[in-house]
Design a binder for this molecule. Structure first.
Ligand SMILES: C[S@@+](CC[C@H](N)C(=O)[O-])C[C@H]1O[C@@H](n2cnc3c(N)ncnc32)[C@H](O)[C@@H]1O
Length: 372
């Protein structure tokens, strides 16, 4: 006799809803290939788990706490099971706050039971149900699990095949990395920043001049420097700064979802944890007083803040050498006089004018270096 929960699992496995990408062709992957699938769902929280427990950030299915738990569950009273459960609980603890899900230990314990029921249901049905969703990441080998980490871990542990659909990266980006928070900048169905991997655009955004802007800085300007990027969007300037020689970069962004995406891109671009991100409300929050960065990026952020005076406070307390400051379209230095007066920079150097956006290439966004 099946419990209610197991009955529900089996119904889902045998019936199934149509997930994103259902129209793609389904392929069957055997257990030994599933073990090599890569983890995709990095977020602000669970990266800390992987940094602590895995030697790198290229995490194979067999190296996930999901797989260890599914494998050890075959022997529920074993020491291996106790260790696997404690790792899985630790993973949930790290992962959930980033998505606002964590409601405490009891909730995490119930998730473990949910997982065990799922394993039993798959074992009973000898199939995992709906196809899992995979993608390839430009420039990287392997297949990344967008949706279905638990099903893949269980199938790999039980030696079952998995039906899977492989989405191209643009489709994957639109469904799994889609940023629909724009803070008054207008969406036009595009992210603000183009998404880059290894300096190449993999998803077009309304700004496709990230490296052009970084390349306009004096040669070697970022070499060996620490950088804080205020209003970092999906993290492309922060990642770009690292590629231009910065040793450590912190991106600050009001949107937790964007900070999550930025984190994922830093992992995929091989920069995490040298490049990391934090949710931060730039007109309210302050960095700790003792935290110092050689350079700050304050790019097209000033007019988004109700209290831009806080930017000056960040510069005074936390920035050692200079601010790379991009104005909003059609603005002049005098439009930021309050900010300039509040810091009293020693020298100001205009370096370029960037285009408004991909829709209007007029060079209307002035960029200055403001030296302390
Ligand atoms: C016009 S975009 C500029 C993005 C990036 N600095 C660039 O130039 O490529 C403004 C960014 O600032 C962020 N933002 C808006 N208000 C903010 C706030 N109060 N604190 C932190 N970030 C904020 C937005 O979410 C968005 O990512």
């Amino acid at each position: 006799m099946l419990s209610k929960e197991l009955g529900r699992w089996l119904k889902r496995i045998r019936g199934g809803n149509k997930p994103v990408g259902w129209q793609e062709r389904t392929q069957l992957f055997p257990a030994d290939l599933i073990r090599e699938f890569r983890f995709f769902q990095f977020n602000l929280g669970n990266v800390t788990y992987f940094v602590r427990h895995n030697s790198g950030m290229d995490v194979r299915m067999v190296d996930t706490p999901h797989f260890a738990f599914a494998k050890a569950s075959r022997d529920p009273d074993s020491g291996a099971m106790r260790a696997a459960k404690s790792s899985y609980l630790e993973y949930l603890k790290a992962s959930w706050p980033a998505s606002g899900l964590d409601t405490g230990l009891e909730h995490r314990e119930s998730k473990c039971q949910f997982f065990l029921d799922h394993i039993t249901a798959i074992e009973t049905a000898q199939q995992v149900g709906n196809p899992v969703l995979l993608t390839r990441i430009p420039g990287k080998p392997g297949l990344y699990v967008l949706d279905g980490n638990h099903r893949c871990a269980i199938a790999a542990a039980l030696g079952l095949s998995v039906p899977a659909k492989v989405l191209d990266f643009t489709t994957a980006f639109d469904h799994f990395l889609r940023v629909d928070e724009f803070y008054g900048t207008g969406s036009k169905e595009m992210p603000y920043q183009s998404a880059y991997l290894n300096r190449q655009i993999v998803r077009q955004g309304r700004r496709d001049d990230i490296y052009e802007r970084l390349d306009a800085l004096p040669a070697g300007f970022l070499q060996g420097k620490t950088v804080v990027d205020v209003g970092c969007n999906i993290g492309m300037n922060a990642i770009g700064a690292r590629k231009c020689g910065a040793t450590k970069v912190l991106g600050l962004e009001v949107s937790k979802r964007m900070a999550n995406y930025a984190t994922r891109f830093a992992v995929f671009d091989g920069c995490y944890p040298s490049v990391s991100f934090l949710p931060f409300v730039a007109n309210v929050d302050q960095l700790p007083a003792g935290e110092r960065y050689d350079v700050a990026f304050m790019l097209s952020i000033h007019n988004h803040l109700e209290h831009p005076g806080n930017l000056a406070e960040i510069v005074r307390r936390n920035v050692v050498e200079a601010v790379v400051f991009e104005g909003h379209p059609k603005t002049r230095l005098g439009d930021y006089q309050g900010f300039l007066d509040a810091v009293q920079f020693s020298r100001i150097e205009k370096i370029t004018d960037m285009a408004t956006s991909v829709f209007d290439r007029t060079p209307s966004r002035p960029v200055w270096i403001l030296y302390k």
